[in-house]
Design a protein around this ligand. Sequence first.
Ligand code: SAM
Length: 356
Amino acid sequence: MEKTVRKILLEKLERERILSRSEFMGLLSGRDAATAEELFERARRARERHYGKDVFIRGLIEFTNVCKNDCYYCGIRASNGRIGRYRLGAEEILACCKKGHGLGYRTFVLQGGEDMGCTPEWIAVLVEAIKRNHPDCAVTLSVGEHPREVYRRWFDAGADRYLLRHETADNAYYRYLHPASMSLENRKRCLYDLKEIGYQVGCGFMAGSPGQTAEHLAEDLLFIHALQPEMVGIGPFLPQRDTPFGDQRAGSLELTLFLLGVIRLMLPDVLLPATTALATIHPGGLELGMLSGANVCMPNLTPARVRGQYALYDGKAESDGGVMKSGEALRALRRRMEAVGYRVVIDRGDYRRLVE
Ligand code: SAM
């Protein structure tokens, strides 16, 4: 990209925190190493203005891989008969939280498929128990699409945050990625309900999923700007062999990092994780994510005996390489972050609204 065009676009994005659809498309399609370098420098400055060098950690508990949905890209889709299914009991989940708390985690993320075996009331009682045991911790839920009253019940039970990637903001592309039983309209309805109820909300999408274009990505960025979420989850698409997209090419490290940088400039105070998918596509993915504007890591606290079954995609990196205990994994993460100038902190890591 020509130097002056690059400068104009990046300066405008940093100043106005938004570009037009065609400018976003131009920035994405014309991206090159020099543009990325300048983007990441600006993104790091923005991140450090709001969060300094702190890296927030979230203890991820993948508590069920049962799912009623059939998303074409996802390894735990209902039609995948090749994975063993599991659902953790409340006692086991509470034990994960206790262990995590002892290690320094102050946020627990309960993630799972849309498992009809976990009733809304069961989840509410679980959230209440976690908050009772650990009043100094935040609870994030990531369990898909539900009616507004259910989200309300969980919020009243003490849930603080909710992660629900919108997956794509383009209607036709949403239909390409999902069966007809799912709709972008309902996904968006959920996100706006969650926001109105008072959750800190995270949306997001996969980078480089099959058939994704610069126009789709521009639409995602415009949607994210309109929603103004507190968190955004971006990771590369990675194929899972037993899904309809099992023979498709993986997304790229480079595109994912570029998008992290763009999102940091667009929402300077956002909580932005370097995801497990990023760690899977490249062994230095977490460090590179931080250097591109991310400020959150989500190490896995799921019990080792079921971890391999939460197989969203092939080769999923464990924060611990699959063998390390959670304590060792956290020590390793601290060292890795320190090596690139950041520090893992013991903190709930709430969203800090930008005051200027
Ligand atoms: N069921 C909940 C939901 O729909 O939000 C949470 C679990 S879902 C498996 C979490 C996220 O995993 C999805 O939002 C999707 O973006 C991501 N994911 C699923 N399959 C993937 C794949 N093959 N590659 C990369 N990410 C994937």
